[in-house]
Design a protein around this ligand. Structure first.
Ligand SMILES: CC(C)(COP(=O)(O)OP(=O)(O)OC[C@H]1O[C@@H](n2cnc3c(N)ncnc32)[C@H](O)[C@@H]1O)[C@@H](O)C(=O)NCCC(=O)NCCS
Ligand SMILES: Nc1ncnc2c1ncn2[C@@H]1O[C@H](COP(=O)(O)OP(=O)(O)OP(=O)(O)O)[C@@H](O)[C@H]1O
Length: 303
């Protein structure tokens, strides 16, 4: 793990894994997922992604479209949570959330006139919302989500060759499916620890979130980037993100300059870290689940 994490990463992970998660009802879980998408979309400046400044590498999208898309997805997250409260974590629940996830994708495409604004986010947040209905700790949350992602999906379209499948065949990379099946390691070991550490050292909230995004980008095999700019683009993303964090993060003047360099590099090869953005939304959803009050009353700070 990167040297840019102030404490040993494992220490940070250990500090959060045992903390209780809030038990929320379906409507509140869905709101938290929606809110995570809003925070991700509005976070600025994200390298080559849609944000308050503009469209990044996505000529077909802007922030208003991402917000419209997020709003239309909230009821689908609520429906997934409802089902997850009603069924045990098993094949039947997997079928239900798969069907709801596909309905959500259709609704998104209808709302955006065919633009893929949140496909990866529906997948990651859909699994996490469902897992959260039955999780008391962070470990349980990731285990439940991984378990659901491992179960067979009979509704899967096996004819359509997605960008993710294409780069998996071409370069042997893993993508959104494997990330979930492994229990979201880039969220657990990079995004979340960096977000918490960055806050703890006094960075502003937006700098802490940007540092969380960059931590994910240092390692992720983001199939959005690979399909647009190959392995070279992926390597440029990982190295550029590491450079910013090694300089102390986006809150330092060198880090800020390196972030701007990274954005130019990504834009020059039309690469956009959409998968990392989805995992930042997943990180922010989980952050909203922490029971900070109980951590404080038991005099255990979050890190
Ligand atoms: C597994 C999914 C994401 C399809 O993945 P695939 O790689 O084939 O698709 P595609 O390339 O079109 O999009 C994947 C998206 O994931 C994101 N992503 C890219 N790389 C990564 C990565 N390494 N880790 C996480 N997310 C990533 C990006 O946003 C990308 O656009 C999913 O759409 C799916 O199978 N849905 C079926 C419905 C379902 O079962 N839903 C249940 C829970 S909601
Ligand atoms: N702020 C953001 N800006 C851009 N993409 C984002 C953002 N947040 C999340 N994403 C994710 O990025 C993905 C879109 O990326 P991209 O446009 O590369 O995918 P695609 O439509 O599969 O590919 P292409 O446009 O190359 O055909 C979405 O699935 C979405 O979940």
């Amino acid at each position: 793990m990167g040297s840019y994490l102030k404490k040993d990463t494992q220490q940070v992970i250990d500090a959060v894994t045992g903390i209780s998660l809030r038990r929320l009802d379906a409507a509140n879980l869905a709101y938290l997922a929606y809110n995570a998408l809003v925070q991700e979309a509005t976070l600025t400046p994200k390298p080559a992604l849609v944000d308050r400044r503009g469209s990044g590498a996505h000529l077909d999208m802007d922030m208003a479209l991402l917000l419209t898309s997020a709003r239309c997805l909230q009821p689908y997250f609520c429906e997934m949570a409802d089902k997850a409260f009603a069924y045990p974590l098993g094949p039947e629940l997997r079928q239900h959330i798969g069907a709801i996830g596909r309905d959500a994708e259709k609704a998104m495409l209808q709302e955006t006139n065919g633009v893929n604004t949140h496909k990866g986010a529906i997948w990651a947040l859909g699994l996490l919302v469902s897992a959260a209905t039955q999780a008391n700790t962070l470990d349980e949350l990731f285990d439940h989500a991984a378990h659901l992602a491992m179960l067979p999906d009979s509704g899967l379209n096996t004819v359509y060759l997605s960008n993710g499948l294409q780069v998996r065949h071409q370069y042997g990379l893993s993508g959104a499916k494997e990330e979930a099946q492994l229990g979201f390691p880039h969220v657990k070991e990079l995004g979340l620890p960096m977000l918490l550490q960055s806050r703890a050292r006094g960075d502003s909230e937006s700098h802490a979130q940007l540092n969380g995004l960059l931590a994910i980008m240092t390692r992720l095999s983001d199939t959005c980037v690979a399909s647009r700019s190959g392995l070279e683009g992926l390597e440029a993303m990982q190295q550029g993100a590491s450079a910013v964090l090694n300089a102390g993060g986006v809150g330092t003047s060198l880090g800020c300059q390196l972030l701007s360099d990274l954005e130019h590099t990504l834009l020059s090869c039309n690469a956009s870290p959409g998968g990392a953005a989805d995992l930042l939304a997943a990180t922010l959803f989980i952050d909203g689940l922490f029971d900070r009050q109980s951590a404080q009353t038991s005099s255990e700070p979050l890190i």
